[in-house]
Design a protein around this ligand. Sequence first.
Ligand code: ZN
Length: 254
Amino acid sequence: MMWMMRMIQFVRVRLEALQRYKVIIILSFIMFFYFVNRVSVNSDIKFSKLGIEDENHPVVAFTFDDGPHPGYGDKIVEILKKEGVRATFFVVGKMIKKYPELLKQEFLAGHEIGNHTYSDTRITSLSEKRAIEEIKKTQDLIKKITGKRSRLLRPPGGHYNGMIVDIAGRYGYKIVLWTLNPNDIVSPPAGKIYEDVVTKIKDEDIVIFHDGIDSTLEALPSILRKLKEKGFKFVTVSELLEMKRERLYANSGH
Ligand SMILES: [Zn+2]
């Protein structure tokens, strides 16, 4: 009978161990679901902070290069304000030196400010020293006028190389190009800009416009209204990059 007692004892110990594991397993499940819940609650907070309740809405970032141009930059700000839209201005150092108040106006209206070099020149053909100057001088002016440094660099013409990537990294910049270009720089009729944008636009696009073009001013209000009708939400470039990161995270199964 001794072996039977031992057997019962053995089974009981095993069962007790299993109980303990069961508690651990249940606890891990609770912690896992708590964590998953926390993550999704956090991302809800971020999306709603941007005025976007439903994160499945298509989002776009409108960008305006080459300013600030008096008579244009201020009008763009006015149009955006009327439609309750925020955008990103990639400004040129020599322009903000001339029109600091205009840059301030864009910044205070809640738009994001990006660096578009000092003289809007092709920086890939400059020496490293001169390329740094182009970026650094503009950065210092932006910081002086707005009190906030910029984190985005749009190299003129979208031209960049290893040297520019390296400088951008050293100075804490993200290089930002675009995914949709209605080519407003050549002053096409406003109707052509409108058609180009509203027919080609898709979720997560970064659209490049220019500050200083009459037909852009003319096309902008109807473009904004049409895209709003289609359910698009407008964010700054940094917000778009953050949302893309979050969507990627959510879709990777975390
Ligand atoms: Zn430019």
